[in-house]
Design a protein around this ligand. Structure first.
Ligand code: FAD
Length: 282
């Protein structure tokens, strides 16, 4: 395997822990992942704002440990006053980078609130705080699961970036051609911002296969059948998964990906091993 550039920037995503034990464990994970000198650590925001306080607490803990922390913020079902208050709080504790999302509502909840799409959140962020924020948005190389028309998804993405995004992070994927095609397509629509691949290590194959089936993410057949064939052989799943995802990262970086964003699921081992293989961590 050819080592990729040692300088590829990385970032890491967490979800806010639910328990004090989870919060303590995350501190260790953050310290371990800091070895890869990430540009930032981001923290997700639960569906419909369900983790508002926990996301804030996790962002604060990461910032207090001396790292750049980027909150995710979703807008659907929210009011401008509520979103404005959250933005002010994050700005007040020194945050400068925001992952701005539409989000999804819990099933059964009617769509209410003053925002319909992420683009409207970005416009609001810019109206309220001008250029204070580095705004990240979500991108979907295999298209958003609720969008039937590829062309529309690309056009809405381009409009969302034009509303004031500085860069984008993708949904995870296992087919590098989907990413390269997406980048080519949106460049034709005038999008110039960096589009950073979101990388999902195979933490738990069954879970990743389930989410992929739900959200229309292609797991290549040669990977899926081999993984399924391992059954309960966790050592083989780990070894093969590491090889597949490391090779994916190498191909992405060789093809021009500007950075890599890892979905850590609050665990460091697999992500660190991939970073070591990519020569971005010792
Ligand atoms: P949008 O960009 O608004 O797009 C949503 C859908 O609407 C798409 O189908 C699009 O084609 C369509 N659309 C967009 N604009 C318009 C328009 N003007 N008119 C008509 N249709 C339009 N979810 C969370 O709840 N919390 C998180 O922390 C979180 N973090 C994420 C991080 C990343 C990197 C990614 C890729 C996703 C994340 N998500 C998170 C999931 C995300 O919230 C969902 O995928 C959600 O369904 C879409 O959010 P979005 O910001 O991409 O929406």
């Amino acid at each position: 395997m050819s080592p990729v550039s040692p300088t590829v920037p990385v970032s890491f995503e967490f979800f806010p822990p639910n328990t004090p034990v989870g919060s303590d464990k995350l501190k260790t994970v953050v310290a371990e992942l800091a070895a890869a000198k990430p540009e930032f650590f981001s923290v997700t925001y639960g569906v419909g704002g369900s983790t508002r306080e926990k996301t804030l607490a996790t962002v604060k803990a990461i910032a207090e440990a001396g790292h750049e922390a980027a909150p995710h913020l979703s807008c659907v079902g929210s009011t401008e006053a509520g979103i404005g208050e959250i933005l002010d709080t994050y700005r007040g504790i020194g945050c400068k980078r925001l992952v701005a999302l539409r989000g999804d509502l819990p099933s059964g909840m009617a769509v209410a609130g003053e925002f319909r799409y992420a683009g409207e959140l970005i416009e609001f962020v810019r109206r309220r705080h001008g250029s204070h924020w580095h705004v990240e948005v979500a991108a979907y190389p295999e298209y958003h699961p609720q969008q039937r028309y590829a062309r529309r998804d690309l056009e809405y993405f381009a409009a969302k970036v034009k509303a004031g995004a500085d860069s984008a992070i993708t949904q995870f994927f296992f087919n590098p051609d989907a990413y390269f095609h997406f980048v080519d397509e949106v460049r034709k629509l005038g999008v110039t911002v960096p589009i950073v691949p979101g990388i999902m290590p195979f933490h738990n194959y069954a879970n990743i296969a389930r989410i992929s089936a739900r959200d229309g993410i292609d797991i290549p057949r040669w990977v899926a059948l081999k993984m399924e064939g391992f059954m309960d052989d966790t050592a083989s799943i780990r070894a093969f998964g590491l090889d597949v995802v490391t090779r994916l990262c190498e191909r992405l970086v060789e093809g021009g990906a500007p950075a890599l964003h890892f979905y850590t699921l609050n665990q460091s081992a697999l992500v660190l091993e991939i970073c070591r293989r990519l020569k971005v961590a010792n």
